[in-house]
Write a protein that binds this ligand. Structure first.
Ligand SMILES: [Zn+2]
Length: 518
C-alpha cells in the first residue's frame, strides 16, 4: 500500500467507520484515475477525485447481505462445471491408472479454472486425492468455518449407458442444462463454492474469519478422504463455528400441503449400523432333513425381526420441521402440524404410509445380502444375512443389537456388528448463529421459499467432522422438481444452467454473510 494512499484512506475509514482494509485493497487496485503517479510510485489522488470517478460505488466494500456482482463472475462458469464433469472421478479400491489420472487431471484443471483462488488460498492434497484449501481471514479471534463437498461420483450402472441423452462423462451443455454425472451430486457444490470464492477474490473480498474448503475423493465409498482431512484439522487444534455440507435441497411442488418451495436444511443425520446374522445348525442329507436347516432358521430370524419393528417416534428435527412447515399449511393441516405433541399419533400414521417419510420416524431394518448352501441335495450347516440399520436419534448401536437379539430369540443365530458403525449425529440448534446465517442466505437468494430443518436419513462426509464443531448444516440449493431426485445416482443427471448460476450466488452470499453479527 503506497503511503499517501494509505493515509488518505485512513482518513476515509475514520470518517465512514469502515473497520477493515477491504476498501483499501480495492481502491489500490483501481488505476484509471488519470492522476499523476508520484516519484515514489504513489497515486496522488484525493477522495473527491475517487468519488467523481465513481470508484467508491464501483468498489463498494462487500458487507453481509450483499449479493454477487455478476461482472465479477467468470463468464465460463457453466463450461467450468461441464469440464469438471468430464473427468471420471469414480473412486474404487485399487484404483486403476485411468481413474488415478482422472483425479490428478481434475486437480490440475482446477488450478487453471480458478487462478485467483489458487494464488490466494493454501492448497493441500490429503490421502492422495482429497483437497483442503485455507483462506486466511483478517480476524484470527473469530472461529473458522468449513465448506465441504466431494469430488468423486458414482459409476454409471452397467447396461444403462444407452439411456443417457449425453455421455455421463462428456462435456455437454444443451437445452439450458449442463449434463453428466456429478452435475447434481456433488461437483455442483464443489465447483459452485470455488466459483464463488474466485468471484469474491475478483471483488477484492477479504473474509474476517478463516475459511476452509475441504473436498473429499471417496465420499461414495468410504469417506477416507474426509476422515484424513478431519484428522489433519484436529491435529491443528481447529474448532469450527459451523460446517456446510451437501444434504437437503429445495423441494418445489413436492410437498403436497405446502404451496411454496421448501428449502430443507439437514440439522441432523441418522446413525448407521450393519449386522451379520449367522445361523448355525447340524447339517445332513436333504432327503431326510433333521431340522429346518440353517436356511430355515435364518428365514425365521429375519421374519421375526421384521415382525418386531422399532417404535416410531417424532424426534426433535422432525418436530421442528413440522413446526416450520405448519406456517404455510392451510387450516386443519397447519394446526395439526404445529401441535406435534398433541397429534403425534396422527402425524406418525400419515408418515408411516410412505417409505421415505416413514424413515424419518423409525430406525429402519433393511436385509441386503443373504447367502447359504452349496448344493441342492445338501442341508447347509450355516447361512447368513447382512442387515443394514439406520438409527433414529434416541437409539444407539448397542440398543439396536439388544433389540435384534430379543426379537429373534434364537440361540442358533449369532449377531455380529460389522465395521463402520455411526451413532446418530448431534442435532444442530436452529437457534444457532450458523442456522440463522444459512436461513438468511436462503431467504435472500430465494425470497419466496420456506426454510425448514430436516433429518437426513443417509450418511454424508460431514459425519467425519463431527468432533470439530457443534453445528453441521447439510444443504445444497438445488431446486428439485418431480423426477429430479431419480437423476441423482441415476440416469441423465443434469442441472439447469440458471440453477447452477444461483448456486454460485448462494455460496457467495453464504460466505459474505458468515461475517454478519446475526
Ligand atoms: Zn453426494
Amino acid at each position: 500500500m503506497p503511503q499517501m494512499m494509505s493515509d488518505r484512506l485512513q482518513t476515509h475509514q475514520e470518517a465512514t467507520g469502515d473497520a477493515d482494509g477491504t476498501v483499501l485493497g480495492k481502491l489500490y487496485s483501481y488505476t484509471d484515475t488519470n492522476s499523476p503517479i508520484n516519484t515514489d510510485g504513489f497515486y496522488n489522488v484525493s477522495f473527491h477525485q475517487l468519488k467523481r470517478h465513481n470508484v467508491l460505488t464501483r468498489f463498494r466494500r462487500i458487507r453481509p447481505g450483499m449479493m454477487m456482482q455478476e461482472e465479477t463472475m467468470s463468464i465460463n462458469y457453466a463450461e467450468h462445471l461441464s469440464k469438471a464433469i468430464s473427468f471420471p472421478t469414480v473412486y474404487q479400491d485399487n484404483l486403476d491408472a485411468a481413474h488415478k489420472a482422472a483425479f490428478v487431471d481434475f486437480r490440475n484443471y482446477l488450478a487453471t479454472a480458478f487462478p485467483r483462488l489458487h494464488s490466494t488460498l493454501k492448497q493441500e492434497v490429503i490421502e492422495n486425492y482429497s483437497l483442503l484449501y485455507t483462506w486466511k481471514g483478517s480476524n484470527p479471534k473469530l472461529k473458522p468455518i468449513l465448506l465441504i463437498a466431494h469430488m468423486d461420483v458414482v459409476p454409471v450402472e452397467q447396461g444403462t449407458e444407452a439411456k443417457w441423452k449425453y455421455p455421463a462423462f462428456g462435456e455437454n451443455i444443451d437445452s439450458g442444462y449442463i449434463w453428466g454425472r456429478g452435475s447434481m451430486d456433488d461437483k455442483v457444490s464443489m465447483m459452485g463454492v470455488m466459483e464463488a470464492v474466485e468471484s469474491l477474490l475478483a471483488s477484492g473480498y477479504q473474509p474476517q474469519r478463516d475459511i476452509y474448503l475441504a473436498f473429499g475423493h471417496d465420499e461414495e465409498v468410504h469417506g477416507n478422504g474426509a476422515a484424513g482431512i478431519s484428522a489433519e484439522l484436529e491435529k491443528r487444534g481447529l474448532y469450527f463455528d459451523y460446517i456446510l455440507d451437501e444434504g437437503g435441497g429445495i423441494a418445489d411442488g413436492l410437498i403436497p400441503q405446502v404451496d411454496k418451495p421448501v428449502a430443507f436444511v439437514g440439522i441432523a443425520e441418522k446413525g448407521y449400523l450393519t449386522l451379520q446374522l449367522d445361523a448355525n445348525v447340524i447339517g445332513g442329507h436333504s432327503s431326510a432333513p433333521a431340522n429346518e436347516g440353517a436356511v430355515g432358521v435364518l428365514a425365521r430370524a429375519i421374519y421375526r425381526l421384521q415382525d418386531h419393528p422399532f417404535h416410531s417416534r417424532l424426534t426433535t428435527p422432525v418436530r421442528q420441521m413440522f413446526h416450520e412447515l405448519s406456517r404455510n399449511m392451510p387450516g386443519v393441516q397447519g394446526f395439526v402440524a404445529k401441535h406435534t405433541s398433541l397429534f403425534a399419533g396422527l402425524i406418525k400414521n400419515e408418515l408411516a404410509d410412505n417409505a421415505y417419510t416413514s424413515s424419518l420416524i423409525q430406525t429402519t431394518i433393511a436385509p441386503t445380502i443373504v447367502s447359504g448352501g452349496v448344493q441342492d441335495n445338501v442341508m447347509p450347516t450355516t447361512a447368513k444375512v447382512v442387515i443394514n440399520f439406520r438409527l433414529l436419534h434416541g437409539e444407539t448401536s448397542q440398543s439396536v443389537i439388544n433389540h435384534v437379539k430379543r426379537a429373534i430369540h434364537d440361540k442358533r443365530v449369532t449377531v455380529t456388528a460389522m465395521d463402520d458403525v455411526w451413532e446418530p449425529s448431534k442435532v444442530t440448534s436452529i437457534k444457532s448463529r450458523s442456522y440463522r446465517v444459512l436461513r438468511k442466505t436462503i431467504q435472500q437468494l430465494y425470497p419466496n421459499t420456506t426454510v425448514a430443518p430436516d433429518l437426513n436419513v443417509s450418511l454424508s462426509d460431514s459425519r467425519h467432522y463431527a468432533s470439530l464443531t457443534d453445528n453441521i448444516l447439510r444443504f445444497v440449493p438445488l431446486q428439485m422438481h418431480t423426477g429430479d431426485i431419480e437423476r441423482i445416482h441415476g440416469t441423465n443427471e443434469r442441472i439447469a444452467v440458471s440453477t447452477y448460476k444461483s448456486t454460485i450466488k448462494f455460496y457467495y452470499a453464504f460466505i459474505v454473510n458468515s461475517d454478519s453479527q446475526l
